[in-house]
Design a protein around this ligand. Structure first.
Ligand code: FES
Ligand code: FES
Length: 155
């Protein structure tokens, strides 16, 4: 069995094939950007993109991800290491505090901006509503999403 993660085909050892995707990404493949928050689909910290759509990886059996295109926070940067425009907007607006929720919020924003060129506050809030941030970064998140949208961040 293998997974397509960040445009690389990665073999999955047999002992990991009955796990949830999040644990395979973090513990088997060493991609620790996606976080384990609640583990039951309630916080959004584990969000990755599956064929471009946000997906809570703590809930997804890894076998359900076979043959799908998985993108994690580690896969957003360009080949030359340049940060994705959404990541740049996050830095410019100094969004993260503890940072725990941010990978999920960023990948969900990438998906939002691919669908909606200039999202309204209401559309941003709806897209990110399931992403809990105990540090209260929601206002900076919203500002950064608008900035990324203004920069044409649809990559
Ligand atoms: S860790 Fe997956 S939703 Fe909380
Ligand atoms: S930045 Fe700390 S939980 Fe969101």
């Amino acid at each position: 069995m293998e997974l397509n993660v960040n445009e690389r085909r990665l073999p999955i050892a047999p002992e990991w094939q009955d796990e949830r995707l999040l644990w395979v990404l973090r513990e088997h493949l060493g991609l620790v950007g996606s976080k384990h928050g609640c583990g039951v689909g309630q916080c959004g910290a584990c969000t990755v993109l599956l064929d471009g759509a946000p997906q809570r990886s703590c809930l997804l059996p890894v076998q359900a991800a076979v043959g799908r295109r998985i993108t994690t926070i580690e896969g957003l940067a360009a080949a030359d290491g340049g940060l994705h425009p959404v990541q740049q907007a996050w830095l410019a607006h100094r969004v993260p505090q503890c940072g725990y929720c941010q990978a999920g919020q960023i990948v969900a924003t990438v998906a939002l901006l691919r669908e909606t060129l200039r999202p309204s506050d209401a559309q941003i809030d709806a897209a990110l509503a399931g992403h809990l941030c105990r540090c209260g970064t929601q206002q900076r998140v919203r500002a950064a999403v608008h900035a990324a949208a203004s920069s044409g961040a649809r990559r």
